[in-house]
Design a protein around this ligand. Sequence first.
Ligand code: SF4
Ligand code: SF4
Length: 439
Amino acid sequence: MKLIQRRHIPLLSAHKDHTASAAITPLAAPELVVIPLRQHIGEAGEPAVAIGDRVRIGDVVGESAARVTATVHASVSGRIRDVKDYPHPLGGLVPAVVIENDGRDEWVDLPVIGEPEHATPDELRSAVRRAGVVGMAGAGFPTAVKLDPPPDSDIDTVIINVMEGEPYLSADHRMALEHSDEVVDGLRWIMKMVDAPHAILAVESDKEDAAAALERAVATAGLGSRAEVRLLPRDYAAGAEKILVEVVLGREIPSGGFPYDVGVESQNVSTTAAVSRAIRLGSPLVERVVTVAGDGVERPGNYLIRIGTSFDHVLDEVGRTGDVDRVIMGGPMMGIAQADLAVPVIKTTTGILAMSPAESRQGSEVPCIHCAWCVEVCPIGLMPYLLVDLVRFLDPRDAAAYNILDCFECGLCDFVCPANIPLVDVIRGGKHTLRERTA
Ligand code: SF4
Ligand code: SF4
């Protein structure tokens, strides 16, 4: 995949003023949490509990024996009230475990590895798998699987992604700044699991404070000769994994390929901290930092939120204000608008944005005027207007020849389209149909 020299690239306003300097703050746990059994790419879990069971924080409530899956855990202590289909922030209904919080915050005894320094890569991966860690930037791919590349891959570099180019979002920034030691500790185990001699922590240039904190943590951990912090120019699209690999190392991941095809393991910064907690503490992924922002929010910030907390509860806690046009999970470019605010925070909820009409700039769709702006901004040289025509009016299979599956849903084509065509939604749907038909 060739990085295209882009023209007419929109200068995205970062909109991070309200949250980039907001320290991570725990949000009060709700009376009920809803834990979806699918919060990841891969097989959904089967319920591991029944109505009436008592659970503590960290108890497994859903799991599967499949290779590509992720275990899910109770994020509060209390009693199982229900196991049923429930609205999911990625759309549709998904089986979920509903837990009544008893407010005691009792934890299970965590399965700590005695001396991780002496653990094998397989033992480390097992700890990550037990903890249910997934890619927390939004992809949700099970991390233990990603940390187990094919045996013939020769990984020479780990890249930790601290770019977070999406406007409004600053949860990763705060994690890198406030938990730099944990991030570098996670990096140490990742390098061991994939047997990589070198690492680069790629930080966007507007996060100099995070870069400095990571540099100090690298030095303290004695990784100075093997890991470097690299500041990169602010560029929204460079946070995408395939583009980041090309920007940092000049290596082109082939269409349909993976970072390990070019000797790279890449991980998001919050995921890396979760790897550390899984290995050092045996701690499962039961909470995460979420940026809550937008004109509809009274106290925007970065909140540590239990998995399973409803968006409604989050917005009640941070205060609502003004006229909210729509609520989005994630950032305004790649996020998903929510129809029902009963949906729960999941492991991939990077942000909750309550956007005013002025912020969400939604307009009515009109026919394509063939301006080609969508083509000019696409970082990987796709033709979004053509993909949309193929998906809508012909057959998504025809779009495969035009590399629709390479689209990483960055949203830039949507952003510039003067006809307000929901290009990403249509392309996303086309990819989904294509994968179903070829499965
Ligand atoms: S969403 Fe997909 S098609 Fe649109 S600009 Fe991004 S990569 Fe290209
Ligand atoms: S889809 Fe939108 S941006 Fe692309 S050519 Fe048509 S009008 Fe222009």
